[in-house]
Design a protein around this ligand. Structure first.
Ligand code: NCD
Length: 339
């Protein structure tokens, strides 16, 4: 029997298959159970023995709260040491003009076990990941992708719905620059009987590549340019903020934010059994009072960031101590698959 393909660097949601996700979520389930609300001392000791003396580099060129802390927490819970920097644009040699390729080659030469990077340039990480002998995880690259957030989002949907097929999902906000949506949509198309409703300002709608991908995958979708009563039947409403740091003045001025704001009145229109998710941070696209609605599950979602990333670290490191597939310290085309 052919050996199943194993992921090495985690750079894009396009790498995830349905089989991988189903297996992976079983592993996340087990970490969720072990962690509980707060793990007991014996559980902490047991978990911390798993990767004691392993080392994670956490390198963030763009701001982050959830992703950086949940990677660090996941690593710490598994006994790893975590080194790194935020604001790497300023606090790493990038400030002295070093390229990402050279930074990665340097970090890799120090032989950590794992490198987590958030970078501001779309797709650059994928180009240079082969410069690393150890797994690289994309923690968000510009407006391109955020594959580990997708694992968190999809795991939350699976916990809430108890299934991943046959779901109506409304996705709203800035769908042009939001990397979490671009990554999430790619995996949703792996499942059966998914219907999508996109709600965004016209200037910030999904791109043609995403539309083409959905057409090819046979996923029906509708695009709307403000909140309407069509949201009534959504099982999941996944909302996002406007990426003001990426959008142009013209795009930002082209719409009324109130048309995209989820208020208590909007919540009253939603199904009783639905869940409201958001990758966070929230600006003004969800009214603060909505936090109290039991269907607003974005903090639960953020909490899953730790067990999801523990499972990912375990997946990447378990039994793969001494291997450097496709490692090539010279420039070339990145290959994101191992074996
Ligand atoms: C998102 C991100 O960084 O892309 N946040 C996250 O990682 N949870 C969403 C955002 O910045 O809007």
């Amino acid at each position: 029997m052919a050996k199943p393909q194993r992921l090495y660097h985690i750079l894009s949601s396009a790498q995830f298959t349905r089989e991988f996700l189903e297996d992976f979520f079983r592993s996340v389930d087990s970490f969720v159970t072990q962690l509980g609300q707060r793990p007991s001392k014996p559980t902490k000791d047991m978990l911390a023995a798993m990767y004691r003396n392993y080392l994670m580099f956490n390198f963030f060129y763009e701001p982050s709260t959830r992703t950086r802390f949940s990677f660090a927490t996941a690593g710490n819970r598994l006994g790893m040491r975590v080194e790194g920097t935020d604001n790497a644009k300023l606090f790493s040699s990038a400030a002295k003009g070093e390229s990402l390729a050279h930074t990665i080659a340097t970090l890799s030469a120090m032989a950590p076990d794992l490198i987590v990077i958030r970078h501001h340039e779309n797709g650059e990480l994928e180009e240079v990941a082969h410069r690393s002998a150890v797994p690289i995880i994309n923690a968000g690259d510009g407006s391109n992708e955020h594959p580990t957030q997708t694992l968190v989002d999809l795991y939350t949907i699976y916990r809430v719905m108890g299934r991943l097929d046959n779901i109506r999902i409304a996705i709203g906000g800035d769908l042009k620059y939001g990397r979490t949506v671009r990554s999430l949509v790619q995996v949703l198309s792996l499942f059966d009987d998914i219907r999508l409703l996109f709600v965004s300002p016209k200037a910030l709608s999904i791109d043609d590549e995403t539309r083409a991908h959905l057409h090819i995958a046979g996923i029906p979708f509708v695009e709307e340019y403000k909140i309407t009563a069509n949201l009534r039947i959504a099982d999941i409403v996944y909302w996002t903020r406007t990426q003001a740091e990426r959008a142009t003045e013209e795009e930002l001025g082209s719409f009324d934010p109130d048309d995209f704001k989820i208020s208590l009145e909007t919540m009253a229109m939603f199904k009783q059994s639905m869940a409201l998710l958001h990758p966070l941070p929230i600006n003004n696209e969800i009214a603060p009072e909505v936090d109290n609605d039991e269907r607003a599950l974005y903090f639960t979602q953020a909490g899953y960031g730790v067990p999801v990333r523990m499972a990912l670290i375990d997946y990447l490191l378990h039994g793969y101590d001494v291997q450097t597939p496709e490692f090539s310290p010279i420039p070339g085309v990145a290959k994101i698959w191992q074996r």
